[in-house]
Unconditional design. Structure first.
Ligand code: OGA
Ligand code: MN
Length: 290
């Protein structure tokens, strides 16, 4: 029997783990009709599995906002991202004719790691998909950290790295046809430069809620390890990127329309496969503050 303080859905859901490292599909949820106990149950599953997947959640952008807000305050999208016209906190992740978000999302990253306080969670809903392709891959940075050899763990212990957002989003400020600044491109670039000067984070972070250690560098945003020469920094970063990007630490999600995926940015990275040519793909995204 579901007790007064228990999630009723927790009694009927099936949590199906997708790999030995990361990812679980939760069934039986309608994310637009949760009570606070259900939300707490989902959050607990997220902390454990790092990314949780829900099929068939064909609800409106307002419902996506309400769902995301159950887990914290939403971030305002930066100038390099597009917003949904009537939902300023929702990001329109769109690729069409080979142009759009795929430009920067097809590089392994953790969302907003260039923020002083990076977002804790991202929620994404599939709105329009190519008939095949456009999967998203997720990697466990707990597993990446744990499987490093002892000597490398010792070397990176207490190291810090710089994360830069402006360079990663440079393509958003340029017109793909003329290769010159897009309409408002220069203004947006200036705004991005002043609002997001980049941030320094430890190379190994400790998750504030699980207490587990995670590797925290990513190929899209991490540009420099502090205290090393250029050559040392570049090569050590490359070693860590290549290590963390191994298939063993990954799960790959094949989207169907209406799927909602929620990931913990503190212990995962992700990668959007651009294997659908000029076809149209749209996702809605909400980013939740830490
Ligand atoms: C993003 C992102 C992945 C995808 O919007 O931050 O990484 O599959 N998207 O579109
Ligand atoms: Mn992303």
């Amino acid at each position: 029997m579901a007790g007064k303080n228990r999630s009723k859905l927790s009694e009927t859901t099936n949590i199906s783990q997708l790999t030995g490292c990361i990812g679980a599909e939760l069934t039986g949820f309608e994310l637009d009709r949760l009570d606070k106990f259900d939300a707490a149950f989902i959050y607990k599953a997220l902390l454990k599995h790092q990314v949780v997947f829900f099929r068939d959640q064909n609800f409106s952008p307002s419902s996506l906002v309400s769902f995301a807000k159950r887990f914290g305050r939403l971030e305002t999208p930066h100038a390099g991202l597009r917003r949904l016209p009537r939902h300023p906190n929702l990001i329109l992740v769109e690729t069409k004719g080979g142009i759009g978000s795929a430009k920067y999302n097809e590089i392994w990253h953790s969302d907003g790691s260039f923020n002083f306080t990076p977002p804790k969670i991202t929620v994404m809903q599939a709105i329009k998909l190519p008939n095949v392709g456009g999967d998203t891959l997720f990697a466990s940075m707990y597993s990446a950290y744990n499987s490093l050899s002892k000597p490398i763990k010792k070397i990176i212990h207490k190291m810090e790295a710089f994360h830069d957002g402006v360079n990663a989003f440079r393509a958003s400020f340029i017109d793909p046809d003329t290769k010159r600044a897009a309409v408002d491109g220069e203004d947006k670039l200036k705004r991005m430069q002043s609002d997001y000067p980049g941030a320094i984070h430890p190379v190994v972070i400790q998750h504030s809620e699980t207490g587990r250690k995670a590797l925290y560098v990513n190929r899209l945003f991490t540009t420099r390890i502090l205290g090393l020469s250029d050559v040392e920094s570049r090569n050590l970063l490359n070693l860590l990127f290549e290590h963390a990007e191994q298939s063993t630490f990954q799960v790959r999600w094949r989207w169907t329309k209406g799927d909602v995926v929620m990931w913990d940015n503190r212990c995962t990275m992700h990668f959007a496969a651009m294997d659908y040519g000029k076809k149209h793909r749209i996702m809605h995204r909400a980013t939740i503050r830490d």
